[in-house]
Design a protein around this ligand. Structure first.
Ligand code: HEC
Length: 245
């Protein structure tokens, strides 16, 4: 903006201010009216449609998949991406959003450009688009993640068709059996109290894996009943673990 433009603007501003109406009560009355209309619409919606509370809580369920509300999916996904770096979790979930909010808050202090046309503000435009893209991507992936005890490992190369399906079945059985509560497998599960199972196939032979599962050392629970009641699944589980090379 050059000097002439600036003077022109100040002239127009003074003119408008001269003939303009004061903020109170004119603008305030308009805002208040709009606020009342919005409140009435919300009240009518809640009266006629009610709020969705979801199914009643079942304290005995073990398959419940906890999920935040959709507008928190981006934070949820950020936390999930960081699940194997506990030291960085606070930085990612508290630090990054706080820094972004701070950046927005301080915007009038560091963006002193008089330009208002969006095409003349490439940095603001890029920053805005990048933020929207990141949040949309994180929201989308957060909404489409599987259950927290799901294991999805790369299938080892060179497997036959039936070994492949055993591998995929094993991943599901591991997820359903809660092994990840105590064992880390690849980037999944907790690091301890049990040892990592990522390469268990190179450490124990299938027979040793099977006997550990049936007759483990505490605190690991015994999976003897799985062997008894679902021998096929037990065999797939042992074969899957042996393939973790
Ligand atoms: C409550 C926690 C817990 C759960 C659940 C659990 N484990 Fe373990 N597991 C352990 C602990 C602790 C050890 C180490 C025991 C020891 O001292 O030998 C262990 C040892 C093992 C070992 C032997 C590892 C080695 O290097 O010798 C295997 C294999 C194993 N677990 C597989 C599994 C599988 C598969 C599942 C799920 C079907 C599972 N565990 C569930 C706690 C657990």
């Amino acid at each position: 903006m050059n000097q002439a433009e600036k003077e022109q603007y100040l002239r127009e501003y003074a003119l408008l201010k001269n003939e303009g109406k004061p903020f109170f009560p004119y603008a305030v009355a308009k805002d208040a009216l709009m606020a009342v209309i919005v409140m009435i619409v919300i009240m009518l919606l809640s009266l006629f449609y009610g709020a969705e509370l979801g199914p009643a809580v079942n304290p005995t369920t073990t398959t419940y998949v906890p999920r935040p509300d959709w507008y928190f999916y981006f934070l949820f996904e950020l936390l999930r991406v960081m699940r194997n770096a506990p030291k960085l979790t606070d930085m990612a979930t508290l630090g990054v959003p706080t820094l972004c909010m701070l950046g927005l808050f301080l915007l009038p202090l560091y963006d002193r450009s008089p330009e208002r046309l969006i095409t003349r503000r490439p940095v603001a435009l890029a920053a805005g688009l990048a933020t929207i893209t990141c949040m949309a991507y994180l929201t989308y992936t957060g909404a489409n993640t599987g259950s927290p005890n799901q294991v999805v490992l790369p299938v080892p190369p060179g497997l036959t068709q039936s070994q492949r399906s055993t591998f995929l079945a094993g991943e599901i059985i591991v997820g359903e059996s809660g092994c990840e509560g105590c064992h880390q497998i690849g980037s999944y599960g907790n690091n301890g109290p049990g040892p990592k199972l990522t390469h268990i196939g190179t450490i124990l032979r299938p027979g040793a894996i099977a006997s550990t599962l049936k007759d483990p050392i505490a605190p690991m629970p015994s999976f003897a009943s799985l062997a008894q009641h679902s021998p096929k699944e037990f065999k797939q589980l042992v074969e899957f673990l042996s393939m973790l090379q």
